[in-house]
Design a protein around this ligand. Structure first.
Ligand code: PLP
Length: 421
């Protein structure tokens, strides 16, 4: 019965340190967000105690009457939000969702075609050390050398030559919309299934601010914790004909008992994602990324300007291209860390530097939009980043500007009183 701080002061202290870090710095890792209080409460609840293998109404454990209500709410909300026939909300994470999708759509040894990891794809789309690269034969398509965009004629050529069983669209680091209708037509032409992994842009899709893959894909997977702004976890949507295979691939195929506290938190965040407030937040996320791309490339900020891949963005992130800069990705990440802005270094396509160093930075706006940032603040953030990356030595004054922005938009006020830490 002892509170955490008494029972385990070491863990409590590190948690308090993390809360302070989130409050005092500007979070711009493109795959992160801040969940609302209600999501934290659902996740930190007694639901963590409950085993519920199986699905609502067909469990392998007793006492599931309340968690059944919760999982049904999450499934119904996911289907309604995205206009899907079917939803499975049990995947513990995006990678687990993707493992189940591949298990349902293809057999080991068959061929998967996805976006090259070095051009913005995800590990689970066929990277050689990942299960996807070990279990399946993998071919990849990339972006064009000229404009760094995916060229659908090129995808078609690769698909016709490779004859894959599954084509995956979706990405971890690509700043533009993909053409889902063209992917569908290529998949039909070569007799492949189309899987879209919308992990990064699901929140934008939910808000109607990004084309939806749902009408085109056989199966769509997602994380819930990126732009969608929910708990760290995954979900799968599909056409009805895939329902049985997907359910069986998630449980018992890939997982045991579902995390009912995470599923409750998913249900809450899917409810929030249907609101006007959520749409406004996604709009500020998009506008913020556009401002960032425009201000970084403009030379009036620093006298130089910083290049961004494809010259702009349609989504919640910008990819800074440091191939022609003295600064490498690691140095850029470290420098922004000193200023109080958290980003991650990221390989750019055709990167001459090694993967642990890279020539890119991936910078996202979702978390700051959740914090309340609008045009004015994103302009200020962009100017701070542009000045830092152009080689300003006045790190201290840039850090002061960050501290002021953070203080103007307080985060998780009173969280200590919610008894969550
Ligand atoms: N799919 C894509 C496109 C991603 O970018 C990510 C995470 O970065 C994942 C899947 C995996 O999600 P998780 O980290 O929850 O396993």
């Amino acid at each position: 019965t002892a509170p955490l701080a008494e029972l385990d002061p070491e863990v409590a202290q590190a948690m308090a340190g993390e809360l302070a870090r989130q409050r005092d710095t500007l979070e711009m890792i493109a795959s992160e967000n801040f969940v609302p209080r209600a999501v934290l409460q659902a996740q930190g609840s007694v639901l963590t105690n409950k085993y519920a293998e199986g699905y609502p109404g067909r469990r392998y454990y007793g006492g599931c009457e309340h968690v059944d209500v919760i999982e049904d709410l999450a499934r119904t909300r996911a289907k309604e939000l995205f206009g899907a026939d079917f939803a499975n909300v049990q995947p513990h994470s995006g990678a687990q969702a993707n493992a189940a999708v591949l298990m349902a759509l293809m057999s080991p040894g068959e061929k998967l075609l996805g976006l090259d990891l070095a051009h913005g794809g995800h590990l689970t789309h066929g990277m050689k050390l990942n299960f996807s690269g070990k279990l399946y034969e993998v071919e990849s398509y990339g972006v064009s050398k000229e404009d760094h965009r995916i060229d659908m004629d090129e995808v078609r050529k690769v698909a016709v030559a490779a004859q894959p069983k599954v084509i995956v669209a979706g990405w971890s680091a690509y700043p533009r919309h993909q053409d889902f209708a063209a992917f569908r037509s290529i998949a039909d032409e070569v007799g492949a299934y189309l899987w879209v992994d919308m992990a990064h842009f699901a929140g934008l899709v939910a808000a109607g601010l990004h084309p939806s893959p749902v009408p085109y894909a056989d199966v769509v997977s997602s994380t819930v914790h990126k732009t969608l702004g929910g708990p760290r976890s995954g979900l799968i949507l599909a056409k009805q004909e895939w329902a049985k295979k997907i359910n069986s691939a998630v449980f018992p195929g890939q997982q045991g008992g579902p995390l009912m506290h995470a599923i409750a938190a998913k249900a809450v965040s899917l409810k929030i994602a249907g609101t006007d407030e959520f749409k406004d937040r996604q709009q500020r996320t998009l506008t913020g990324a556009k401002i960032l791309a425009e201000r970084l490339t403009a030379s009036d900020v620093s006298g130089k300007g910083v290049s961004v891949l494809t010259g702009g963005t349609d989504v919640h992130l910008v990819l800074v291209d440091l191939r022609n800069s003295q600064l490498d990705g690691q140095q850029g990440e470290d420098l922004l860390h000193e200023v109080g802005i958290t980003v991650n270094r990221n390989a750019v396509p055709f990167d001459p530097r090694p993967p642990m160093v890279t020539s890119g930075l991936r910078i996202g706006t979702a978390a700051l939009a959740s914090r309340g940032f609008g045009d004015e603040q994103f302009t200020e953030v962009a100017d701070i980043i542009g000045t830092a990356l152009a080689g300003s030595s006045d790190v201290e004054s840039l850090r002061d500007r960050v501290t002021k922005l953070a203080a103007d938009f307080p985060l998780y006020e009173g969280l200590e009183d919610w008894r969550l830490i």
